[in-house]
Write a protein that binds this ligand. Structure first.
Ligand SMILES: C[S@@+](CC[C@H](N)C(=O)[O-])C[C@H]1O[C@@H](n2cnc3c(N)ncnc32)[C@H](O)[C@@H]1O
Length: 283
């Protein structure tokens, strides 16, 4: 489920909207790739790499939107970010690497296009030419992945992210951008359960995604949940799970539901002595 934050950074005038037909075609591919219904092949990688090689020299003057509002707002309101490496996927000419370097101690910039990486000299201190679909990084080695206007390689992104890692997904031109995917689609494409926080900023949008996790129940919350029970002593009050099973609340999930551990049947004291001899309990 995505939580939407109110916009704080306004839309500047003169948004550079790409031609609709071209943007539509790219968006269809981006959606299919994220959902796993379209493949990423060597031919596609060569085509995209070649395309950006040919655009590299003119990228900063003709193609880059040059608007950093979505990135800055995401860094400001999309945290807290775990310590450790920030991996910038599809870093291009490094337009946003300096902003990332102010927020993270180590930024690794990855791009498919050699020429785009060359243009990033002086902006991106650590540059690696690699395909985001097959990253040369170990499992769980990255704290934050930042993806500004790039295709989503969901499995690979999730693989390199730590269990508490964050994906900052940024669409510089919002729904009109050629690679636009809303936070809900990104969360659905990632393996497992993810929660997103999303906002509009400048011309674009950003989403900050992290894995949904158990959080331990605070004693206050246990008491509140236990108040539903009527007949047991306070410490032993029960709650019913969705299936009607009575038990003790052992975990509350961030979506408000709870995990219930079933009550064990009562055993008289003599049973524990019997059980310790590994014999079946008659009680
Ligand atoms: C639209 S540009 C965005 C560049 C930069 N993030 C920016 O906002 O200025 C997309 C970048 O992603 C890179 N890219 C595309 N597919 C990639 C892949 N599979 N792996 C790594 N980089 C990729 C392209 O070479 C290009 O530099």
């Amino acid at each position: 489920m995505t939580r939407h934050l109110a916009r704080v950074l306004p839309t500047p005038p003169d948004k550079p909207v790409p031609p609709a037909a071209e943007a539509d075609a790219f968006r269809t591919f981006a959606r299919g790739l994220a959902a796993g219904t379209l493949p990423w092949t060597t031919e596609t990688a060569n085509f995209i790499g070649g395309l950006f090689d040919s655009l590299a020299e003119r990228w900063d003057t003709e193609q880059a939107s040059g608007r950093s509002e979505p990135v800055l707002d995401a860094l400001d309101r999309g945290g807290r970010f775990p310590r450790g490496v920030c991996l910038e996927l599809g870093s291009g000419t490094g337009t946003y690497t300096p902003a990332l370097s102010r927020a993270f101690t180590t930024v690794i910039s990855v791009d498919l296009s050699q020429r785009m990486l060359q243009q990033a000299r002086g902006r991106s201190p650590v540059r690696i030419r690699a395909d985001a679909s097959r990253l040369p990084l170990p499992d769980g080695s990255v704290g934050t992945v930042v993806a500004v206007d790039i295709l989503l390689f969901a499995q690979e992104t999730a693989r390199v992210l730590r269990s508490d890692g964050v994906l900052l997904w940024i669409n510089q031109l919002g729904p009109q951008g050629p690679l636009f995917l809303p936070g809900d689609d990104v969360a659905r494409a990632l393996p497992g359960t993810w929660q997103a926080v999303e906002a509009d900023a400048g011309w674009g949008t950003w989403a900050s995604l992290r894995r949904a996790r158990y959080r331990p129940v605070s004693s206050e919350r246990v008491t509140r949940l236990a108040a539903y029970g009527r007949t047991r002593p306070r410490r032993m009050r029960s709650r019913q799970s969705a299936s009607g099973e009575a038990g003790r609340v052992v975990h509350a999930f961030t979506d408000g539901s709870a995990a219930i551990r079933p009550w064990r049947p009562f055993r008289p004291a003599r049973c524990s002595a019997t059980r310790s001899r590994q014999e079946p309990c008659a009680g």
